[in-house]
Design a protein around this ligand. Structure first.
Ligand code: HEC
Ligand code: HEC
Ligand code: HEC
Length: 431
């Protein structure tokens, strides 16, 4: 015993020394000074034009949709955001002195957006897209501050985060920031409308937070910008040259889609994109157009491959889907054809022919399965189009048969490979 314990203890001691050094390093990078509380600035101290501009910028940044629960007060926080590492709850950003940001100076607010540090010095999780907001211009941060500080204060505390060990330990985020945060305002690289669009997309609208793939540590892969990503269990389409859309997007169609969620020839917005559209309808229309200009630029002129796909899709969408008598075809005929063979008309009983539905062209069938399970409800206040939910009407095997048949019959793309997994991933939680 006595003979072997010595080297072991020495090993232990050096491990402890290394851990101590690492902990000190983490502390040095992770420790951020608190910024002193201030009295909540009076509403009258902000001019109305700045507050109005801030309102539109806040809509562009989609602040309200993360910071508000389904039936809660605007900006009062409490909404849980699912991430691969657990659930992070958005906090109260109303000007309540105790539970919100009422005691925050503009410097503290700016530090949170630029560096992901809360007023009291704790590091914030990148579920809050500060890796995008860091790129905002000072004047835009000022307008956002003016807008939020003039909202109604609400007393509300968000629930505690539920994260996998050891991620509840916030100082670890210093490492994430060191690796992935490119801090500071964006330097304008292009001028004119596309330049404005690039700024909005990268800094405030954070489209790539959903539409770019992320690495294992949850950071966006910058070399695959807008190449398609994840959002709450949905696939967020590619918005670059790899766009899955059967019909190429024109700038005008895209601008109208972002503001209304519904344009001829394209699928209606669904899933997490509906919140984005709800916000985009409140921003400056010129800014939406700038985004559309930039995004269609990123998609580039349709490649020969995309042109071929467009021609094939238009051809297939000319009439009802071909009935080949297979089990999939019968499920389609019994459940979908009445509406989807008609082509989109005024009523919801006539909907897009499915060879034009982008969900069928995606790399996996999750969006199609979500739509069939849940149906589609219109974005609040937008043209009302409804599709009934089929959860409970079609069983898991029927869903798989139908998805597989639709993929083949409506698109001619290679079959989806992991249907069982996608069925599991899209199954609604049992109450
Ligand atoms: C994608 C969801 C999401 C969006 C969009 C979003 N936030 Fe947040 N925000 C969060 C989450 C989650 C937190 C809490 C992070 C944490 O506790 O580590 C947070 C925290 C904050 C904080 C720090 C609050 C504190 O008490 O530490 C501020 C300030 C903030 N957000 C402002 C904004 C503003 C302004 C916008 C719009 C321009 C915005 N957020 C948009 C998710 C979001
Ligand atoms: C919260 C995550 C999220 C954010 C942020 C987001 N999107 Fe989306 N978006 C999605 C998802 C999920 C889909 C797929 C569902 C659907 O088609 O409606 C989608 C679909 C789309 C589509 C349809 C693609 C097609 O080919 O039919 C377009 C266009 C689009 N988004 C553009 C944008 C733009 C531009 C922004 C930034 C202003 C943005 N999105 C921000 C999640 C998001
Ligand atoms: C009562 C009519 C109705 C039935 C039945 C129906 N849908 Fe839909 N579906 C709609 C409407 C309305 C939309 C919304 C957009 C539109 O008008 O195209 C829609 C949207 C969709 C979309 C997204 C593309 C889009 O057009 O926005 C897919 C995919 C889809 N349906 C698949 C199906 C499948 C598969 C079935 C059968 C299991 C089915 N639908 C049954 C009415 C219907």
């Amino acid at each position: 015993m006595a003979i072997s314990s010595r080297p072991r203890r020495r090993g232990l001691r050096s491990t402890l020394a290394v851990l101590l050094v690492l902990a000190l390093a983490a502390f040095a990078f992770a420790w951020r000074a608190p910024i002193a509380r201030v009295a909540t600035p009076a509403t009258a101290s902000f001019d109305a034009a700045t507050v109005h501009r801030g309102a539109r910028l806040a809509a562009m940044g989609n602040c309200v949709s993360c910071h508000t629960t389904g039936d809660g007060a605007a900006f009062a926080g409490g909404r849980g955001l699912p991430t691969p590492f657990g659930t992070v709850f958005a906090t109260n950003i109303t000007p309540d002195g105790e539970t919100g940001i009422g005691g925050w100076s503009e410097a503290a607010f700016m530090r949170a957006l630029r560096e992901g540090v809360s007023r009291d010095g704790h590091l914030l999780y990148p579920a809050f897209p500060y890796d995008h907001f860091t790129r905002l211009a000072d004047g835009d941060i000022h307008a956002l501050y003016a807008y939020l500080m003039t909202r109604t204060p609400v007393h509300a505390v968000a629930p505690a985060n539920r994260l996998t060990f050891p991620l509840q330990f916030r100082p670890l985020l210093a490492g994430w920031n060191l690796l992935f945060l490119q801090q500071g305002p964006r330097t304008q690289t292009a001028s004119g409308e596309a330049g404005r669009g690039a700024y909005l997309v990268e800094a405030l609208a954070h489209c790539s937070a959903c539409h770019s793939p992320r690495n294992r540590l949850g950071a966006e892969q910058h070399d695959r910008f807008l190449a398609g990503g994840e959002a709450e269990g949905w696939h967020a389409s590619a918005l670059n040259g790899q766009s899955e859309s059967p019909l190429p997007w024109s700038t005008e169609a895209l601008a109208a889609y972002l503001r209304t969620g519904l344009v001829p020839g394209h699928a209606m917005t669904a899933g997490p994109m509906q919140d984005v559209v709800r916000s985009q309808s409140e921003v400056d229309p010129a800014d939406v157009h700038a985004i559309a200009t930039y995004i269609t630029g990123a998609m580039g002129p349709p490649s020969p491959e995309r042109q071929t796909r467009e021609a094939a899709a238009r051809q297939r969408a000319q009439g009802p889907l071909h009935q080949d008598g297979s089990p999939g075809a019968r499920l389609y005929a019994d459940n979908c054809a009445a509406c989807h063979d008609a082509g989109r008309g005024l009523s919801s009983n006539s909907a897009l022919r499915l060879p034009l539905a982008v969900a069928l062209y995606m790399p996996d069938p999750r969006n199609l399965l979500h739509i069939v399970r849940q149906g589609i409800q219109p974005v609040a206040g937008r043209p009302g189009r409804w599709m009934p939910p089929f959860e409970g009407t079609l069983n898991e095997e029927q869903l798989a048969t139908l998805a597989d048949w639709l993929r083949r019959e409506a698109t001619g793309e290679p079959p989806w490979t992991d249907l069982a997994r996608a069925l599991q991933d899209t199954r609604p939680p049992t109450p």
